[in-house]
Design a protein around this ligand. Sequence first.
Ligand SMILES: [Zn+2]
Length: 392
Amino acid sequence: MLDSLFTWLLLPLGLVLGWVLGRRAQPAAVAAAIAPEQLGGLLTRLASDDPDQAIAALTQVAEIDHSTVELHLTLGNLFRKRGEIDRALRIHEALLTRPNLTPDIQAQVRRELAFDYMRAGVMDHAEAQFERLVADGRYVTESLDQIRIIYEQGRDWEHAIAAARRLEAAQGESKRALVAQYEAEMADEARRAKNVDEAVRRARRAVDEDPACVRAHLLLGALYEGKGEFGAAAQAYLRAFQLDPRFLPDVIEPLYRCAQKTGDQQGYLQFLSDAREISSSSLPYVAEARLLADEGMDPMDRLAAGLEVRPSRAVLAQFLEVLEKQPAVIAAGLDKPAASLRQALRRLMESSPRYQCGNCGFSPRQQFWQCPSCKRWGTITPIDEAMRLPGA
Ligand SMILES: [Zn+2]
């Protein structure tokens, strides 16, 4: 209660006082716009923490000129920021019914009203107001972008694509990367619904929109792999890695699986060799050690080389796993401490975030193609230090 009163005293009172002081320069306009007793009543009601009465006092102000509109707008925004959407809506709706608004001010009020509706979750009303702004040629790109966001939030990807295309035309900036993400969303939905052909079709459309869409290539890889088309799957995974080597942790295991199926060990080795060159990850060393172990060869040297060149938790954990099986280590009674250390490393790796948003730093355990924090698309990439082991 005290907090609330304090906010009400400080914020709106300061706002109204600032406005009054600003008005001193134009005494003639003050008389025309708002009578002193009305202003007094407004201040009293704000100070006595009675916002509803304050709104009533505000709407009783007979004349609306530029500065009283600003007062209405500022107060409305203040309500919206405080989460009091009903009050913000009442102020802005009442203001919009005023007959003497200039087109500029009307557009300004409509914009605020549209944001109120969005905050209130009344998306069709918000969209209608933004569409009206577009039709009136006001706040066009912002409104089209908000319409796009409305459809995006509603996961209505077809309409989101249409809105993105309108925005592209109005703004003159390509939105194809965004459209590719929306196509990929539809591909993911089709995949979850076990409609593989539709998923492939959508993922290909995503690639057509944006050939550099890593997500679409990863998805195509998974879809082809699911269909048993391992050669095509490997090509798609490889393309994802070539487009963005940071995705190595996401492709190294799928490529291993595909190589097992196609028997193209040489191709996989070439990929690991390229990955060692291109990326700073230790994972190629871990994967090569596994290949050696698969063939019954000693992977110790490869892991030791990895530890020297690319020290990481992953390569250390793998090194310990091999080490603890060495007869000399067992004979010396060091296998158990080595195993404890390896398990501790595993737990550390399992509790670490695997991905990070390059825009806001949000670090989730799983991949999100739209950052849940900053809402950007395609900004979240694997953190190599998360150190998933191939096969883990
Ligand atoms: Zn982010």
